[in-house]
Structure formats: C-alpha cells, structure tokens
Design a protein around this ligand. Sequence first.
Ligand code: NAD
Ligand code: MG
Length: 357
Amino acid sequence: MRELTLDLGERSYPIRIAPNLLSDNDWPSFIKGKQACVVTNETIAPLYLEAVLARLQGWQVSVVVLPDGESHKNLETLNTIFDQLLEDNHTRKTTLIALGGGVVGDMTGFAAACYQRGVPFIQLPTTLLSMVDSSVGGKTGVNHALGKNMIGAFYQPECVIIDTETLTTLPPREFSAGLAEVLKYGLIADVPFYDWLEANWDGLLARDPELLAEAILCSCENKARVVAEDEREGGRRAILNLGHTFGHAIETATGYGSWLHGEAVATGMLIAAKLSSDLGWIADAEVERLASLLQRADLPLNPPAEMAAEQFLSLMARDKKVLDGRLRLVLLKALGEAVVTDEVEQAKVIAAIEAVR
Ligand code: NAD
Ligand code: MG
C-alpha cells in the first residue's frame, strides 16, 4: 500500500492507495461514532456498495443513492441527503461516507460540513479524477444555475481511501478526463513527473495497475503539497486551476455534462500552454508535446467550434479568480512552474484561443 499524509496540523489526514482497499483496509476505524451514512449514486451502487456495507456491520448505517450526473449536483439533491439523515435520526456523531466520483464527493463533503454544523466524512473516490483531485484538499460544494461550484465550503475529510481496483469499471472517457488532471500536476509543479508520465503514457492508457498507483501517488503528493501551503486559496493554491478558467467557460457554454470536466480542462490547459509560449515563457515544442499526450488519450484539443473568443472572455469574467475586475490566469512561467497573473493583454488571450480552434 502507498500512503501519504496531507499535512494540515490538527486537520491532517492520510491518503491510502492500493487495489481492493474498500474490502481489505481498516478504513472503518475512522468512524468514531455508532452511526454512518453512505452516499453514492445509481451507477456506483450496484458495483461497490455491497463491498462497503459489508465493512459496516455493527454500525447503524443509512444509504443515500443519488441520481447520477453533474446536472444533479445542486441544492435540491443535497437536501435529499439531509432528509435521509434526519429521518434516520443521525446525530452530530454520525460519519458520512462518500462512495463515488467528484460529484458524490463534493456533495457528501458539503453535506458533512453543513449537517448539524459539521460531522466527519470519509472519501472513497472511484474515478481517476476524484482520486487525484477532488477527494483531496477539502473543497466541497454544489453548482448554482448561475455558476459551477458557487455554493460550498472548505471542509476536510478524515481520510481518503483510494481503491485502484475500482478504476477497472470506469468508462474510457472518464478515465482520460482524469489523466488530464494528472498531467496538470506535471505541468504546474513537477517536471520529473511530467517526463515520467510521457515515458509511461501507453502503460497508463492501458491502465497498468502499478503505473496507475504511482501516478495517483505523485498526483496526490503534488496536490497535498500545494494545499498544505495554502488551504483556503489565499494565493498559491490557485495554480491547481491551470486550464480551469478556459475549461469552466467551455463547460458553462456547452451546458454541464456534454463536455466532461477533465476534457474541458485538457483543452483549457492547451490554451494556457499556447498563451505561455506566445509570451515566450515556455518553448513552442512544449505546446506540441502536451497536444500529443492529450491526443493519445483521446482528449479534445479544440474548444467547441461555435464558441467565439468573445464568449470565452465574457464567461471567464465570472470566474472566481477575477479580482477587482481583472482576469487572473494560471500560466506557465516555465515548464513545471505555474504562476497566477493578471497582466496578460486581452488580445493575447484571444490570439491563444483562436490558435487552438
Ligand atoms: P463524476 O462524479 O460525475 O463521475 C463520472 C461518472 O463515472 C459518473 O457517471 C459516475 O457515476 C461514474 N463512475 C464513478 N466511478 C465509477 C466506477 N468506478 N466505475 C464506473 N463508473 C463510475 O465525475 P468526476 O470526474 O469524478 O468528478 C467531477 C466533479 O468533481 C465535478 O463536479 C467537479 O466540479 C468536481 N471537482 C471537484 C474538485 C475539488 O477540489 N473538490 C476538484 C476537481 C473536480
Ligand atoms: Mg479540476
């Protein structure tokens, strides 16, 4: 088993990575009270709920099965978790257990942050994206009709248990979307990891279990390092949003769900890389290198044809990183060195968007 700790003082927690951890690991010992509530969705329940419930004998357990999809990541669906907890008389000592991808994890974490002013929760991520990104770091929340992840809280889990065996059932598009976030860590902060990813890309695409566990470990280490420095995104944590400002614009323009988050981030990272090379910060060849990796993973290289650069700009103006009306972008000062800047001329941003269309 691979293990690391996200170091946040008294809120520190372990992240464990290995096959079959849902069944084999002592993760239920993180449940301190007698009650627990497993939150999952209709796709994941038939696959993994039984294995989880088998570990929870002796606890008073409720189960909430949410409808599947980003379109259900809202306050209305969140309320069904509260309904169940209250109907089953869950107290302040209950523990919520998120079994699923980022949608289930974000909603369960937010429910845990709110229920009776905060109860503990455990992350059991089952998508590659949730293993390397959303389950680690404590951002929780739901979408609002006017913006993605606009209602939420910083709230850390008790532990993150990554059972890599669950990746065997993940659909190919979802798997590739997760790989986009894996590449992100190399681009923003870890050139040796980026080189390693490129060298092992075929094996990773074939879902080689050892390579995957290593890639997940390196990704979580990178994320943990950034979060430990800046838990509530006062500054440096924003570098984790490489490609996300452009990506969120694509997700919003196309309606949540038609583009996967990781797919939008992939195209967004390519735009950010192109802009970085236009500024003379990274070599042109790095843009090609990234495009080739994305393409080999069947990730999209171009934004939707109908999306004009102006539409990008107007949607990006609503980004959470906008400060005093100035658009702040995460770009690459060098490969492996992300920076947040508000000093790029709009014409250059437009040119980079046009260049990848
Ligand atoms: P997701 O949760 O929608 O899961 C993707 C699909 O895969 C779903 O249909 C799901 O039911 C299915 N699935 C999950 N595990 C499976 C498995 N093992 N086998 C078969 N099918 C499986 O999407 P996601 O990509 O995991 O997460 C995206 C969400 O995460 C977005 O809402 C995004 O905003 C959020 N996010 C949050 C953070 C954060 O820091 N909190 C970071 C990144 C993304
Ligand atoms: Mg992301």
